[in-house]
Ligand binder design. Structure first.
Ligand SMILES: Nc1nc2c(ncn2[C@@H]2O[C@H](COP(=O)(O)OP(=O)(O)OP(=O)(O)O)[C@@H](O)[C@H]2O)c(=O)[nH]1
Ligand SMILES: [Mg+2]
Length: 211
């Protein structure tokens, strides 16, 4: 059995939602806490990657450790050395993930967005078992939907860090572009419902009947 930890991303702009969605309650429980509770039922350790841990410290989160996301410095960017550049936050989920993966100690990591209110523990558990069958050269094991891979609800081996870091250093910021360059193992998805993510107030109203 592989060792497994989780990374939960909580660092976007929530621009479509208009306020920090990580803190918005669904059926009384803030989205970030819902996702972290699911992750901690599967993994001993959950890393929350965010530039602002202080915003979430009041949520009673079990088995969770905050990793403060930092701006990308010049060394990590493919810019001429004469140009002084620091990429400001947020720099997107791929870079957030890479900063989290840098501290992971387990063979595999479950990566989750913070805006997934319909995660199903049984499906995730089946996927964990499926990791035994993933070919060694795969950089990820992910569900697929009609628009491509869902990179923010799936698994990555810690060994993908060097290729991820190289992609980012060359200026890559897109999960889909990175995934397209390497073998990815497909995870079977009984229903796309569990990939539903809350991006807008209308999405939130669909999953929270108190609104
Ligand atoms: N740590 C980290 N997480 C991010 C970053 N950008 C997006 N995320 C997370 O990635 C997940 C999916 O992002 P989106 O659903 O697009 O959320 P968003 O970027 O906050 O929202 P929009 O501004 O409306 O696109 C969410 O869990 C976000 O918190 C980032 O720069 N750093
Ligand atoms: Mg989303």
């Amino acid at each position: 059995m592989h060792s497994l930890s989780a990374i939960v991303l909580a660092g976007g702009k929530s621009s479509r939602m208009g306020e920090d969605k990580a803190l918005l309650p669904v059926q009384g429980v803030p989205l970030l806490k819902r996702v972290c509770d699911v992750a901690s039922s599967l993994c001993n350790l959950v890393y929350i990657i965010t530039p602002t841990p202080e915003k979430y410290q009041h949520l009673s989160l079990n088995n969770c450790q905050f990793v403060r996301e930092v701006p990308l410095s010049q060394e990590n960017l493919s810019t001429p050395t004469s140009t002084k550049v620091t990429l400001p936050l947020p720099h997107g989920p791929l870079v957030g993930f890479a900063q989290g993966l840098a501290v992971v100690q387990t063979d595999w990591v479950l990566l989750l967005a913070c805006d997934l209110p319909k995660l199903q523990i049984e499906v995730l558990q089946n996927w964990v078992e499926e990791l035994e069958n993933v070919p060694e050269d795969a950089i990820a094991a992910l569900p697929c939907h009609d628009k491509g891979w869902d990179p923010l609800c799936g698994f990555y081996p810690r060994s993908c860090f060097p290729v991820l870091n190289a992609f980012i250093t060359q200026g890559g910021r897109s999960f889909q572009s990175w995934l397209a360059q390497h073998p990815v193992h497909i995870l079977s998805l009984p229903s796309t419902e569990m990939l539903f993510n809350c991006n807008t107030p209308e999405d939130l109203a669909l999953v929270d009947d108190t609104r």
